[in-house]
Design a protein around this ligand. Structure first.
Ligand code: F6P
Length: 532
């Protein structure tokens, strides 16, 4: 379905044209009920999208797109296990991992995880020299790293004492070396997490970790210090990890949707299996909301439709994700993979060009740090950058004096972005402050405003609400994929670089002549080889 040919699309194009003349501050002034009209209280979350550049007519047309694109039909196909990842001929069933009554293989996998976590926590699983495990090092990248890493930080207030969980992803040896320098091999367990068990970064880091461990404890120690999480059991066995110590998941779980599977093992070790199950329960609650709630009150649907509006009608090229929570510091990085690897595509399900821009560039930083870095550009840089604020009503860490100030900053930013400050207001302020040069300074103190934002308020940050939050974004991604008629579940765009890197490696190693390359690439290789 090409949405751009629908009446709703044409109507949205007309609204976008008319909206150019209207400032957000005027929309607020004209409607005292704007917050009530454009906010949702669902599932304990408050989604305030009243500071978006929308009207009731625009929202009505956006709701029509949801139906025109048959999003409910796509949801049904996903839930029925149809191979909606059509370029890889795979079903998309990450929601099956968190169903209240999961399928038998999921029940069995969760039970194995639970046994393993208990064995580690109660000191029944010991290292080769008989010591209990203190350090857990997850070696993985992309979907085999970002989800559990983000969640381990997000749930810092819920971590079990005595378990030190770390993550190594980068091929740069600096990453692994920094971790190895701080841990004791006798008390370390490595989790090698890779869906395919062939990703070069992970395989190299796993080999180096193994060499480090066996140098200290001997070859036989591998069995007590390495476990794996993968769909590729043969490759795990070939690496030398006991199949009994391998946690399986399935090709119907996409890498960036795999937090809920055994890929979540390091998180489960950090917080305990009971809390991991609360994470699953939170995600399941958001699934039920997404599947059963009409578009008008559907949280993921509204987030998706607003992103489509900002991207395809207002021309926004990026979106800033601004969690006012240090614990959610890694959420922007996690969502970069979830959103941009899923929907950063220009070809639709039929192999044709998508007729409009797709996923915007997602970037962001925890508030208030971002305020002292890039907010200047948000306020006065002159670009349209929709912002998404996330804040907690109840803090996860309590020190007197912090939380109200944090919230005051968060709400002040969205107010300032929306309202702006006119030249007359800036001049009046300067005059009132007895400035010696009000006319000179006033232009520098003008804020155009009209910068759209959404604020998502969570009651608190705990395993359940984090599960809800992550599932909310997963379903937002799904909805946008359906609206743009994309396959959100493949990632061909990451393959080409890998292919070229394997051609360049022998040249860098000096095993192959530097030939058949453009002059830039050849010059860079020559510079490294000359200094080697
Ligand atoms: O970046 C490409 C990608 O395939 C991601 O989709 C995936 O999450 C990551 O690599 C890691 O893959 P694997 O878990 O197979 O090592």
């Amino acid at each position: 379905m090409n949405l751009a040919t629908t009446p709703a699309w044409a109507s949205l194009a007309r609204h976008a044209e008319a909206l150019q003349e209207r400032h957000l501050r005027d929309l607020f002034a004209a409607d005292a009920e704007r917050f009530t009209r454009f906010s949702l209280h669902e599932e304990g979350f408050l989604l305030d999208y009243s500071k978006q550049r929308i009207t009731a007519e625009i929202m009505a047309s956006l709701h029509q797109l949801w139906h025109a694109a048959s999003v409910p039909g796509w949801i049904a196909r996903m839930r029925n296990g149809e191979p909606i990842n059509h370029t890889e001929n795979r079903a998309v069933l990450h929601c099956a991992l968190r169903e209240p009554n999961p399928r038998p293989e999921v029940v069995a996998a969760l039970a194995r995880m639970e046994r393993f976590c208990n064995d580690i926590h109660h000191g029944r699983w010991r290292g080769a020299s008989g010591e209990t495990i203190r350090h857990i090092v997850n070696i993985g990248i992309g979907g085999s790293d970002l989800g559990p890493r983000m969640a381990t930080l997000a749930l810092a207030a819920h971590r079990l004492p005595g378990v030190d969980v770390r993550y190594v992803s980068n091929l740069d040896a600096a990453h692994l070396a920094a971790v190895l320098a701080e841990i004791d091999p006798a008390r370390t367990l490595f989790i090698i997490a890779s869906k395919t068990f062939s990703t070069q970064e992970t395989m190299q880091n796993a080999a180096s970790a193994r060499a480090w461990l066996t140098a200290a404890l001997g070859e036989a120690a591998v069995a007590r210090h390495f476990v794996a999480v993968s769909t590729n059991l043969a490759a795990v066995a070939a690496f030398g990890i006991d199949p009994a110590h391998t946690f399986e998941f399935w090709d119907w779980v996409g890498g960036r949707f795999s937090l809920w599977s055994a890929i979540g093992l390091p998180l489960a070790l950090a917080i305990g299996m009971d809390k991991f199950k609360r994470l699953l329960a939170g995600a399941a609650a958001m699934d039920a909301h997404f599947f059963d709630t009409p578009v008008e009150r559907n949280l993921p649907a509204i987030l998706a439709l607003i992103e489509l509006w900002n991207t395809d009608f207002l021309g926004a090229e990026t979106r800033a994700l601004l969690p006012y929570s240090q614990s959610l510091e890694l959420l922007p990085r996690y969502l970069q993979q979830l959103e941009m690897e899923s929907n950063g595509k220009r070809v639709d399900r039929a192999g044709q060009a998508v007729p409009c821009p797709t996923a915007p560039i997602l970037w962001g930083e925890a508030g208030t740090n971002g305020q002292h870095a890039f907010y200047q550009l948000l306020h006065q840089g002159g670009r349209l950058i929709p912002c998404e604020f996330i804040a907690l009503i109840e803090p996860d860490f309590t020190l007197p004096g912090h939380h109200e100030k944090l919230l005051a900053h968060c709400f002040a930013q969205s107010e300032a972005l929306m309202r702006g400050k006119t030249l007359a207001e800036a001049t009046a302020e300067l005059v009132a402050a007895a400035s010696p040069a009000p006319t000179f300074l006033a232009p520098y103190k003008v804020f155009p405003g009209n910068q759209p934002s959404t604020t998502l308020l969570l009651p608190r940050l705990d395993p359940y609400t984090l599960g809800q939050l992550v599932a909310l974004y997963e379903h937002k991604v799904f909805t946008l994929g359906a609206l743009w008629n994309l396959n959100s579940f493949d990632q061909w765009g990451v393959e080409y670089g890998k292919q070229l890197a394997s051609r360049l490696l022998p040249m860098l190693e000096g095993c192959a002549p530097v030939a058949g390359l453009d002059s830039s690439t050849a010059g860079l290789i020559a510079a490294c080889r000359d200094s080697a």
